[in-house]
Design a protein around this ligand. Structure first.
Ligand code: PLP
Length: 440
């Protein structure tokens, strides 16, 4: 057997969510990052139009965060997560709950958005059980939703390609209709006018399954990976009301909207709707070290505190829950956000951003533009080669032109670091406009 390392081969690494053959025939490699730019292996600067993967909210290689990680690695690299704590995990929890309005005053640490979602779903089902409502086991997601790639999140998720190859998924899951596609909402600036009544779809599912079988509804306040789908005015409030009426928990998946994307620390504040659980990740450490956190209402946390005091109440957790390196990174991230006012900065950029994106309305094949806070997407009509062909062509051309985006189908999405200035938005809009007009 040949054990010589194939040092220059790209084959060994099976890349996530990547077209292996396309990528490996012409790889795109980043070798450095600073502020709002990546550096490519061939020496070019690429403007980070999407905070890498919606996570580098403060931009890249921020000195405070880098230094905190360096120090923590030398002081205490790791400590056990179960039955033992360390001060930074508690300090961080207090800092986090201080940012969250209302009664969401407890946090459970995870290592990713997917794990936060699994944790929240398990909390919801277990919460009903500890209160004596063990029949509430069903979970409701929404079409076009993205809640990560583990079995629970994939099951409540509603992106077909992420589900169809993986069998029958978790039992007892149903989906609300998505809110995208009303022609009256195309080119809306911010929240669209039409569609609050789509929340009533939950009543349909209650009538079908009986509310006494439903544990929780999970939605992204703004659907990110589904193509930046902004909720219609009043939709989330209505969903909250229906959940309340039927004793169903409401979970907001804020993995993308958390940590300043909309101009408030969390979408909870932006929409004035308080869910029972909130899932976060990504921006919690500026993407630098994997970490996630689930926020729970006090009533949920306290419901578990029964039985003998030395008995574990919630049989769930990860080896790396609250690991010291991640906590150090998160604390320094929060310091950076605070010092630079980044958790509210999107509010002051939002109008300029909106005007910039909507200036592309009459460009070639543009059929919709959506935006809110400092996130947005331009959707192209599906091309003759089928869905994703134009979107992916745009992705590649934008990369060549020095701009990083994300695409879903033929929607081209952006969520630049919250440190962006008007000149960066100008570059983004100009480059995007030129590229769109160059695609058949
Ligand atoms: C709303 C939402 N939930 C969950 C996830 C999954 O996060 P991760 O990739 O960290 O597991 C994502 C990732 O983009 C997301 O956008």
């Amino acid at each position: 057997m040949d054990r010589e390392p194939q040092r220059n081969s790209l084959d060994a690494y099976w890349m996530p969510f990547t077209a292996q053959r396309q990528f490996k025939s012409n790889p795109r490699l980043f070798t450095g990052a600073e502020g709002i730019y990546f550096k490519t292996s061939d020496g070019r600067d690429v403007l980070d139009g999407v905070s890498a993967m919606w996570c580098s909210n403060a931009g890249h290689c921020r000195p405070r965060i880098t230094e905190a990680i360096r120090q923590q690695a030398g002081e205490m690299d790791y400590s056990p997560a179960f039955q033992i704590g360390h001060p930074k995990a508690f300090e961080l929890a207090n800092r986090l709950v201080a940012l969250m309005p209302g009664g969401l005053k407890h946090v459970f640490y995870t290592n990713s958005g997917s794990e936060s979602v699994e944790t929240a779903l398990k909390m919801a089902i277990a919460y009903h059980r500890v209160r004596g409502e063990g029949s509430r086991v069903r979970l409701i997601g929404r079409e076009k939703g993205y809640h990560g790639v583990n079995f629970g999140g994939m099951s409540v998720g509603g992106m077909v390609a992420n589900r169809k190859m993986f069998g029958t998924l978790v039992a007892g899951v149903d989906h609300l209709r998505h809110t995208h596609g009303d022609p009256g909402n195309f080119f809306s600036r911010g929240e669209p006018e039409h569609g609050a009544e789509l929340a009533d779809d939950l009543e349909r599912l209650c009538a079908l399954h009986d509310p006494s079988t439903i544990a929780a509804v999970i939605v992204e306040p703004v659907q990110g990976s589904g193509g930046v789908i902004v909720p219609p005015k009043g939709y989330l409030k209505r969903l909250r009301e229906i959940c309340d009426r039927h004793g169903i928990l409401l979970i907001f998946d804020e993995v993308i909207t958390g940590f300043g994307r909309l101009g408030t620390p969390f979408a909870v504040e932006y929409f004035g709707v308080e869910p029972d659980l909130v899932t976060t990740a990504k921006g919690i450490t500026n993407g630098v070290i994997p970490m996630g956190a689930v926020f729970a209402q006090t009533k949920i946390y306290e419901a578990f505190l029964q039985g003998p005091p030395n008995a574990i109440e919630f049989f769930h957790g990860y080896t790396y829950s609250g690991n010291p390196m991640a906590c150090a990174a998160a604390l320094a991230t929060l310091d950076t956000y605070e010092e630079e006012g980044l958790l509210t900065r999107a509010a002051s950029l939002a109008k300029y951003w909106e005007d910039g994106l909507h200036s592309l309305r009459n460009h070639r094949n543009v059929i919709d533009i959506r935006n809110i806070g400092f996130v947005g997407a331009v959707e192209l009509a599906t091309g003759p080669g089928g869905p994703t062909q134009r979107g992916f062509a745009a992705y590649l051309k934008l990369y060549e032109a020095g701009l990083l985006c994300r695409t879903t189908g033929d929607s081209i999405a952006f969520a630049p670091p919250l440190i962006a200035e008007h000149k960066h938005i100008d570059f983004l809009v100009d480059t995007l406009g030129n590229v769109i007009n160059s695609i058949d």
